[in-house]
Design a protein around this ligand. Structure first.
Ligand code: NAP
Length: 403
């Protein structure tokens, strides 16, 4: 059966029965979790379609492996493969703190214009959690992925450009910035805000979600975060007038079939997501807020080892699914860590491809594996009576229980 490319026509993915899917194994624990996740994904597809459908994996290089083999951290062929085959998956990649190469993850997102970072956060029974009622957490975070402070527009302290900028701002605006400051620029455009919000609304409509909350810091950053909120309300009111309703219009009780659109300032959101998580459903937010929010919410349902993610350009059909945690180098090649984040990212990928049955099979196998009390070290150390299994052992268990 010759492998084929996923195509994108009329804003729809056309997925053949034997698509080529590029993958980046990742650094550190990447190879361990990739081996585990790919086995689970393949088994789910096999169980659902007995060989009629099959993924043809294509390894592409990035990170330390790419640097070792090609001298480049992110070879052009890798970007080209994701453009050609449209849907891909990746393990974590190393980013040095404070210097060296820029984040490869950020580079991938920016160069492929993967503008929506989508992070579903839900609880699986049995998983240890620091909150009393983790089963009430069921949110999907849509984080803008291309701008905000992640644009990388920074001026180093004492640099010539920095001094010139500080002087210009003092003269033209009267702003007093200390001369030894580093300065960052935070662009938030209407264009990027609205395409992100549109993705969140379309997702909420397609998945029967009840509300969308725009999380922002608009009380302080009026022309960036505040504008994100105002553009959002205006756009939703215009384009989705038949589908959404504001808090003022319904006092928090949307009529059947309508989605409530509301907003929350980021600091109170963090509090309420802990104390009243059931009030939040789909979250649409700017890049830095989204980064913090995704990890904080993941902590409520068992930590970053449990949370999947995707970076998607809905308008052009490009998507890369990924483990949301890092490379955890101290555990590299120990076959020890929790592969769930990448496994659930694989399930998200299958759902995105329309292979829903296989996606559900993975979730059900995972639910049963977690309920069995045989779990990886991160969960075992918090679950009295649990039996610790290896990364590959956990994948084997899911495969067995999904049958
Ligand atoms: P990290 O690699 O996520 O690891 C932090 C801690 O989280 C680990 O020590 C471990 O906790 C826990 N953890 C992470 N993955 C786990 C898993 N699969 N199963 C169980 N526990 C897991 O974060 P970091 O140490 O800050 O970052 C290391 C490198 O990864 C950096 O270069 C960073 O830039 C990069 N990074 C990449 C991505 C990405 O590629 N998307 C994302 C974040 C960070 P315990 O020590 O408590 O066991």
């Amino acid at each position: 059966m010759a492998a084929k490319k996923i195509q994108f026509q009329n804003e729809q993915l056309i997925v053949p029965d034997n698509p080529v899917i590029p993958f980046i194994e990742g650094d550190g624990i990447g190879p361990d979790i990739w081996r585990a996740a790919s086995r689970v994904i393949e088994q789910a597809v096999r169980l659902c379609w007995q060989g009629k459908r099959r993924i043809q994996w294509k390894e592409v290089l990035a990170g330390e492996k790419a640097h070792r083999k090609t001298g480049k951290w992110l070879p052009e062929e890798t970007l080209q493969a994701f453009r050609t085959f449209r849907v891909g998956i990746k393990g974590p990649l190393t980013t040095p703190v404070g210097g060296g190469i820029r984040s490869l993850n950020v580079a991938l997102r920016q160069q492929l214009d993967l503008y929506a970072c989508v992070r579903p956060v839900r609880y699986f029974p049995g998983v240890p959690s620091p909150v009393r009622e983790p089963q009430k957490v069921n949110m999907v975070v849509f984080r803008e992925n291309t701008e905000d402070v992640y644009a990388g527009f920074e001026f180093e302290s004492a640099g010539e450009d920095t001094r010139a900028l500080i002087k210009y701002l003092a003269e033209s605006k009267g702003w007093q910035i200390r001369p030894d400051s580093g300065v960052g620029i935070k662009p938030i455009s209407k264009f990027a805000s609205l395409r992100l919000l549109q993705s969140a609304v379309e997702y909420a409509l397609a998945h029967g979600r009840k509300s969308i909350t725009m999380v922002h810091k608009g009380n302080i950053q009026k022309f960036t975060e505040g504008a994100f909120r105002s553009w959002g309300y205006e756009f939703a009111g215009d384009k989705y007038a038949d589908s959404v309703v504001s808090w003022e219009e319904c006092h928090g009780n949307p009529p059947d079939g309508k989605i409530l659109i509301k907003d929350a300032i980021a600091d109170i959101f963090f509090q309420q997501a802990l104390t009243r998580p059931e009030e939040f459903d789909v979250i649409a937010t700017t890049n830095l807020n989204g980064d913090y929010i995704s990890d904080a919410l993941a902590a409520q349902v068992g930590g970053v080892g449990m949370a999947p993610g995707a970076n998607i350009n809905y308008q052009e059909g490009y998507a890369i699914f990924e483990a949301t945690h890092g490379t955890a180098p101290k555990y590299a090649d120990m076959d020890k860590v929790n592969p769930t984040s990448l496994i659930l990212s694989g399930a998200m990928m299958l759902e995105h491809m329309g292979w829903i049955e296989a996606s559900r099979k993975i979730e059900s196998g995972l639910e049963k594996a977690l309920a069995s009390g045989q779990v990886t070290y991160d969960l075992a150390r918090l679950m009295p009576g649990a039996e610790e299994v290896s990364c590959s052992g956990f994948a084997d268990l899911i495969c067995e229980l999904m049958a």
